[in-house]
Design a protein around this ligand. Structure first.
Ligand code: UDP
Length: 244
């Protein structure tokens, strides 16, 4: 299945629903073809616009999906609508479910040691048939080649990388071809959510498109980072006026 892409401030998003993404992900796993997925929210789009090397990394991805209602709304406003939001955390859970159904091999890398271990425990409990072939924290020496050899030996079907936006995409793009298999996805703070350290917004907040506000209230230290949201909205509005 190949998807149409639409560009939002230069970032190529696939026009795909969650179910369609899961079909292509399953096809990649079955064919053992490596695949790099970026789940991009407005913060990522703004960062890519400010850092050309980050934009280049994102453009190497096989699929960029719309994580964040801001991206979906922007697409609509620019007259190139996307079918739905494909939230990173939800996509991660669907992949774990797929791994559970087919006994696929999962490698988890990122977050603090305690967090990744608690996240791994959650995966073992909740998805008992998924084969956890590697669990490693995200505080390692970037030049340590033994890590990537270990990932390769583990023959993963999925590699979930929680190093925070920017770092995780760079690490994936640097190593995916060496390992040569697996669906690789940067999952940001999702291990913290799996571990129960950070709570995801309640369903109602998500439905009201207020997940960003919940995050801000729970983690006020993110306020500076979240200034990317109004900057994103402003840039999109300007683009809409120019296009008219
Ligand atoms: N992290 C890591 N190694 C690093 C920097 C960050 O493993 O060198 C982890 C951090 O412990 C946290 C996650 O990356 O679990 C970042 O979470 P955040 O919610 O900030 O993700 P983002 O919104 O940046 O994608």
């Amino acid at each position: 299945m190949s998807f149409q892409t639409i560009h939002i401030l230069g970032v190529p998003f696939v026009r795909a629903t969650m179910d369609e993404m899961m079909s292509v992900i399953h096809a990649h796993v079955k064919q053992q073809k490596p695949c790099f997925i970026v789940t991009a929210n407005p913060e990522i789009v703004m960062k890519a616009n400010e850092e050309p090397t980050y934009m280049a990394t994102i453009q190497q991805a096989d699929y960029v999906v719309a994580d964040g209602i801001g991206v979906v709304k922007a697409a609509e406003l620019l007259g190139t609508p996307l079918p739905e939001r494909v939230a990173g955390y939800d996509l991660l859970c669907r992949c774990l479910q797929l791994a559970d159904e087919h006994e696929y091999r999962v490698y988890m890398i990122g977050a603090k040691e305690k967090v990744v271990q608690a996240a791994a425990k959650h995966v073992r409990d909740r998805y008992p048939n998924a084969r956890l072939v590697g669990v490693r924290n995200g505080y390692f020496d970037w030049n340590d080649e033994t890590i990537i050899e270990e990932v390769k030996r583990a023959e993963p079907d999925f590699v979930f990388v929680a190093l925070g936006m920017g770092k995780q995409e760079q690490w994936i793009s640097q190593h995916i071809q060496t390992v040569g298999r697996g669906v690789w996805m940067g999952v940001g703070g999702s291990f913290d959510v799996l571990a129960g350290v950070v709570k995801r917004a309640p369903e109602l907040w998500i439905r009201l498109h207020l997940e960003w506000l919940y995050r801000l209230l729970k983690q006020p230290t993110r306020a500076k980072r979240m200034m990317a949201l109004p900057r994103f909205a402003w840039t999109i509005l300007k683009q809409k006026v120019v296009r008219k």
